[in-house]
Design a protein around this ligand. Structure first.
Ligand SMILES: NC(=O)c1ccc[n+]([C@@H]2O[C@H](COP(=O)([O-])OP(=O)(O)OC[C@H]3O[C@@H](n4cnc5c(N)ncnc54)[C@H](OP(=O)(O)O)[C@@H]3O)[C@@H](O)[C@H]2O)c1
Length: 248
C-alpha cells in the first residue's frame, strides 16, 4: 500500500497502459482520478476497480481550459494532488512529405503540448500541497530510436523527454520530482500497426525486440508505480526505458 490515501491523476486512464496503471494505484490504496475524452471508457475503468477508489472526469489534455478545470476539480474534491501520470497520447504515422498537417498538429498538441499543459496546471496544485511526483509518458521512439513513418510521434515524444528534464530541474528544489518513462512495444491497440493482428504483432516483435515478445501491462505498470514511489526518491529528470532491450 505504497500510495495509501494519495491523490493520483492518470490521464488516458480509460484504456491500455493508463487503465492498467490506474488500477495498479487503486490496488495500492490511492484515490485515483482517471481522465480522458471518452466517458464510457473511463467508466469501464471505474467498474474494473471493483471497490477501489477510482473516479472519472472527462478532459482533453490538448485544451488548457479543460486541463485547468480537471486539476481544479480534483483539488476541490480531494483537497490536493500528490501524483500525476501524464499518459494520454495518440499516434499518427506517415512520411514527412505525405503527412497531413492536421495529423502532425494533433500528435504534437496531444503528446507534447498536452504534457506541457498538464504540468502547467498540476505543478501549482502540487506546490500548494507541499510537493508531488509527475511521470510523463515518452516513448522508445523519439530520443532512443528512429522509425521511418513515425516522425510526428518521435518529435512529440523527444519533446516530452526534453521538457521533462527541464521541468525536473526547475521544481525538484520545491519538492516535485518529475521523470519520463519510455515504453517499447506493449500490449495495447496503439502498438498494433495498421491492419496487424495480435498474432502478426507477436511475430514482428519476436524478430525485432531482443527479449522476443511484447511487454505486458503489468511490466509497465510496475515500473510506473516504482517511479512514482518513494523507492525512486533519488530519480530526478530521468528517463526510464522499458523496451525489452530494443534500444540497448
Ligand atoms: N503501447 C505501447 O507500446 C506504447 C509504446 C510507447 C509509448 N506509449 C505511450 O504510452 C501512452 C499510453 O498508450 P497506450 O498504448 O495505452 O494507448 P491507448 O490505449 O490508445 O491510450 C491512449 C489514451 O489517451 C487518451 N487520449 C488521447 N488523446 C487525448 C486527449 N486529447 N485528451 C485526453 N485523453 C486523450 C485516450 O482516451 P480518449 O481517446 O477517450 O481521450 C486513451 O485512453 C501514450 O502516451 C503512448 O504514446 C505506448
Amino acid at each position: 500500500m505504497r500510495f495509501h490515501d494519495k491523490v493520483v491523476l492518470v490521464s488516458g486512464g480509460g484504456s491500455g497502459i493508463g487503465r492498467a496503471v490506474a488500477l495498479g494505484f487503486a490496488r495500492e490504496g490511492a484515490r485515483v482520478v482517471v481522465a480522458g475524452r471518452g466517458r464510457e471508457a473511463l467508466d469501464q475503468t471505474v467498474k474494473l476497480a471493483e471497490g477501489g477508489k477510482v473516479t472519472a472526469l472527462t478532459a482533453d489534455v490538448s485544451d488548457s481550459g479543460s486541463v485547468a478545470g480537471l486539476v481544479g476539480e480534483i483539488v476541490e474534491r480531494h483537497g490536493r494532488l500528490d501524483v500525476a501520470i501524464n499518459n494520454a497520447g495518440v499516434l499518427a504515422t506517415g512520411k514527412v512529405a505525405d503527412q497531413a498537417e492536421e495529423d502532425f498538429a494533433r500528435v504534437v498538441d496531444t503528446n507534447l503540448t498536452g504534457v506541457f499543459l498538464a504540468m502547467k496546471h498540476e505543478i501549482p496544485a502540487m506546490l500548494a500541497g507541499g510537493g508531488g511526483v509527475i511521470v510523463n509518458f515518452s516513448s522508445q521512439i523519439g530520443l532512443h530510436k528512429r522509425l521511418p513513418g513515425f516522425g510526428a510521434y518521435a518529435a512529440s515524444k523527444a519533446g516530452v523527454t526534453a521538457l521533462t528534464r527541464t521541468a525536473a530541474l526547475e521544481y525538484i528544489g520545491q519538492g516535485i520530482r518529475i521523470n519520463t518513462i519510455s515504453p517499447g512495444s506493449h500490449d495495447t491497440t496503439m502498438s498494433l500497426r495498421p491492419g496487424e493482428t495480435e498474432a502478426d504483432r507477436a511475430e514482428r516483435v519476436r524478430g525485432q525486440v531482443p527479449i522476443g515478445r511484447v511487454g505486458s501491462l503489468d511490466e509497465i505498470t510496475g515500473t510506473v508505480l516504482w517511479l512514482a514511489s518513494e523507492d525512486a526518491g533519488y530519480v530526478v529528470g530521468g528517463d526510464i526505458v522499458v523496451d525489452g532491450g530494443s534500444t540497448a
